[in-house]
Design a protein around this ligand. Structure first.
Ligand SMILES: Nc1ncnc2c1ncn2[C@@H]1O[C@H](COP(=O)(O)OP(=O)(O)O)[C@@H](O)[C@H]1O
Ligand SMILES: O=C(O)[C@@H](O)C(=O)COP(=O)(O)O
Length: 425
């Protein structure tokens, strides 16, 4: 297998979002969980997205894991590596976008790296280096209340500079609108001043195509699905990849009981859970009990098991920003998040033991904990449920044939759970 594009995603929902985008743009793509073992049977593909759970871990560990993924991808011929981050630039002052970018840049010997979280299809646009989520700047969006990495600054040049060892520059929309040569000239100018990374504006998909053409001439780029789209289109338009329809075998039905788990506390997910209450039984977990070590997972399983034959169920820990802050004030942010993620993993494991073969998980960190517990080494990409969320078919899972959907907290329409179930047969 010789890869046209190697990708390292800092969480599992983000990885499936990118794998979906690359697939739709004509690249045969597989998503792996971590660096694949040598005996994992991967199909012939153009792109591999290695999923890491590295967004919220200690920066040194995120760097080490990202480097291991990079070595594997480059070893399979990937001339370009995309470090996939969140379209809302989820990170903290200590990382992990800056430290990972710095390390991969040093490894690849890149003078300057293009960085953009723009993903216009989901309302993420960047103008003058400021990230907008829909109509509002990042710091006014629901991301200001994220349980793990609240975002309080929409100026990404500033945000990345705080995390990175290199000075950060800007390629603005006016330059971008003059085309690929103008962008290359601006990058050369910035690199000449010792600037090692540049946030690049992007508002429309056509902007991403210009960015993709320029980025494809480099060894590394950093961004969300939008830059993935640009890179994929560049690889197809320059003939480096022959456009494919879909990776074979991703679409067959698996049947069996279905369940949904929600650990995301995003506004979008809270609305989706409220709407799901009209069409399926929903259990709201007691997060205080989970953190106290009580057997909430067993209670949830006892509640779910007798109902699985009747239809799908949804189990949620999701809470409003005030409730999340109150729990964190009592137990600490990391301890609360970790305990709830592990409870979700316990529940997922129990559900699969009870026969569930179609599983929808809302939340990136939550998905990471669940997929790790289920020991799923990789996914093929199936149909798109909503922008950034495909149906995934597990490859090499301990439980055998399974379909999953890993939903970024912020993605999906108001009826996401029903929409997903309708497509996961
Ligand atoms: N009720 C709650 N109180 C505090 N934290 C919670 C609660 N429910 C879930 N969490 C934690 O919030 C985090 C949500 O992150 P994640 O799953 O990545 O969702 P998103 O995709 O919205 O970012 C996880 O660490 C999860 O365990
Ligand atoms: O780019 C995005 O917004 C998503 O692909 C993503 O990374 C999702 O992260 P979570 O919101 O933490 O699920």
């Amino acid at each position: 297998m010789t890869l046209a594009l190697g990708c390292i995603a800092d969480d599992y929902t983000g990885a499936s979002d990118l794998a979906n985008t690359l697939t739709r743009a004509g690249l045969r793509t597989v998503q792996t969980i971590g660096v694949p073992a040598d005996d994992l049977d991967l199909p012939e593909v153009d792109a591999v997205v290695v999923s890491l759970k590295s967004r919220s871990i200690e920066a040194g560990l995120a760097v080490a894991r990202s480097r291991a993924a990079e070595t594997w991808l480059r070893g399979r011929g990937a001339g370009h590596v995309l470090f996939k981050i969140c379209s809302t630039f989820d990170s903290t002052v200590s990382g992990n976008i800056g430290p990972v970018m710095d390390a991969l840049r040093a490894d690849g010997g890149e003078a300057i790296v293009l960085v953009t979280p723009a993903f216009p299809e989901t309302g993420r646009t960047v103008y003058q280096g400021n990230l907008f989520v829909g109509a509002v700047p990042l710091n006014e969006s629901p991301l200001k209340d994220h349980p793990l990495n609240p975002m309080h600054d929409s100026n990404l040049v500033r945000v990345l500079a705080r995390q990175s060892r290199t000075p950060i520059g800007l390629v603005d929309l006016a330059t971008l609108s003059r085309g690929a040569e103008a962008v290359r000239a601006r990058l050369a100018e910035l690199a000449g001043k010792g600037i090692g990374a540049a946030i690049i504006d992007a508002v429309f998909d056509r902007d991403l195509e210009t960015i993709g053409l320029v980025a494809a001439g480099h060894r590394l780029s950093v961004g969300a699905s939008g830059i993935g789209l640009g890179l994929a289109r560049a690889l197809v338009s320059t003939g480096k990849v022959r456009s494919a329809t879909a990776t074979g075998g991703a679409h067959a039905a698996v049947g069996g009981p279905a369940a949904c788990l929600a650990g995301s506390c995003s506004q979008a997910t809270l609305q989706q859970i409220a709407n799901a209450e009209r069409v399926m039984p929903v259990l709201h977990l007691n997060s205080e009990q989970i953190v106290a070590g009580a057997s909430e997972a067993q209670r949830a399983l006892a509640w779910a098991r007798p109902q699985l034959a009747e239809g799908p169920v949804l189990i949620a820990s999701s809470a409003t920003p005030d409730q999340v802050s109150a729990l964190q004030a009592r137990h600490g942010r990391d301890a609360a998040g970790h305990a709830i993620e592990q409870a979700m993993a316990d529940i997922a494991e129990g559900l699969v033991q009870a026969g569930v073969r179609r599983l929808i998980v809302a939340g990136g960190e939550t998905s990471g904990a669940v997929v790790d517990r289920l020991k799923i080494p990789g996914f093929l990409v199936g149909v798109e449920i909503a922008a950034g969320v495909p149906v995934l078919r597990a490859v090499g899972a301990a439980a055998g044939e399974m379909l999953l959907a890993l939903k970024s907290g912020n993605f999906g329409g108001p009826e996401f759970f029903s929409d997903a179930l309708g497509l996961m047969r």
